[in-house]
Design a protein around this ligand. Structure first.
Ligand SMILES: NC(=O)c1ccc[n+]([C@@H]2O[C@H](COP(=O)([O-])OP(=O)(O)OC[C@H]3O[C@@H](n4cnc5c(N)ncnc54)[C@H](O)[C@@H]3O)[C@@H](O)[C@H]2O)c1
Length: 313
């Protein structure tokens, strides 16, 4: 199975039009692709159409690229990983999509998920994983087009995905059914123009995302640990932190209300669950520290700020 960029990539469907999927769809449309949206929540599709002219679609047979941005937490517990929605979506794509299209998973997923999706697609479509680093509070600098890691289930999946995403690709132009470079009377189409960091195994891409969030979790937990130490030993935490951070390679964070948002706990769990034999002791300790810190705050009756504000990026 082989897909040449340009001759086929025109119609892009973003699935999951939530906090992440909506700016992704908007960006893809701005780059000149014919962009569609799909969400199990009809209200999300209406909003996307009204706000950004993203057309809704139910049938998947003409789509060249599927970008999956669906949630990957348990609907009843936002801290628990859950990929069943992604798998049922893969089954729908498998039934309806044409051969050779690209399925790019941008949601955060546990190690091994991309290959399971490739199986569900009966090896008929290309599968890549390009996890997001999008950050809602600093969308201008940490938005859709910041540097991203990308992996493919096979070399040709990676190649097709890089042609779609990578800022290193030349602009291509198309008229009607053929795409050629620099023809007149043709509409200009480019790649998504995102600087990508390709990796040789798709599991590296899966792990990169969940470990970067686990790393953030650990840094916050260390600041909580220091804070509890200071409370127990009558030391001024703020002054200690300021003084520590005068060193070039030290960056102690603020503990605030504890590890904020649902992504850091969820993704840290995804990483811990990715190994049956050996679990990261330091991360398990970090989770314990976060629990202790939260209990301490509750006992002191501290006001909790909304998690979006406390969302440690
Ligand atoms: N929001 C962020 O800042 C951010 C950053 C990086 C990565 N991520 C990851 O991106 C993914 C999406 O996060 P989000 O914050 O946009 O979530 P969200 O809850 O805001 O949006 C998810 C959307 O997916 C839809 N959906 C769920 N299951 C579906 C299905 N089977 N078919 C179609 N639509 C479905 C939901 O209706 C919802 O509109 C998650 O894996 C998250 O970890 C999010």
């Amino acid at each position: 199975m082989h897909i040449e960029f340009g001759s086929q990539i025109r119609k892009v469907l973003v699935i999951g039009l939530g906090q992440l999927g909506l700016p992704v769809a908007k960006y893809v449309k701005e780059r000149g692709f014919e962009t569609f949206g799909y969400d199990i929540n009809p209200g999300r599709m209406e909003d996307a159409e009204k706000s950004f002219g993203i057309k809704s679609i139910d049938k998947f047979d003409e789509i060249d690229v599927f970008i999956l941005c669906v949630s990957t937490h348990d609907p009843n517990d936002e801290y628990t990983p859950f990929v069943d929605g992604l798998f049922s979506l893969a089954q729908k794509i498998s039934r309806e999509a044409k051969n050779g299209s690209l399925v790019s998973i941008e949601s955060t997923i546990p190690k091994g998920t991309s290959k399971k999706i490739f199986e569900l697609l009966n090896h008929r479509l290309h599968v890549a994983h390009a996890p997001h680093r999008w950050y809602s509070l600093e969308e201008d600098i940490h938005g859709v087009n910041q540097v991203r890691v990308i992996g493919g289930v096979s070399d040709c999946c990676l190649k097709v995905a890089l042609q779609f995403y990578d800022s290193g690709n030349e602009a291509l132009e198309f008229d009607d059914d053929t795409i050629t470079k620099n023809t007149s009377n043709s509409r200009r189409i480019t790649s998504l123009g995102i600087p990508m960091h390709p990796v040789s195994e798709i599991e590296i891409a899966e792990l990169t995302k969940i470990i970067e969030n686990a790393d953030r979790y650990m840094q916050i937990a260390f600041s909580e640990d220091l804070y509890l130490y200071c409370q127990a030993n009558n030391v001024n935490f703020s002054e200690l932190r300021d003084s520590l951070n005068t060193k070039w390679n030290v960056n102690i964070l603020e503990p605030r209300d504890g590890v904020g948002g649902h992504c850091l706990p969820k993704d840290t769990k995804m990483f811990l669950q990715s190994s049956k034999s050996i679990k990261s002791k330091i991360l398990m300790a970090a989770m314990e520290v976060d629990n202790d810190y939260r209990r301490f705050r509750e006992m002191r009756g501290y006001r909790m700020v909304p998690s979006a504000i406390n969302n440690h990026k």
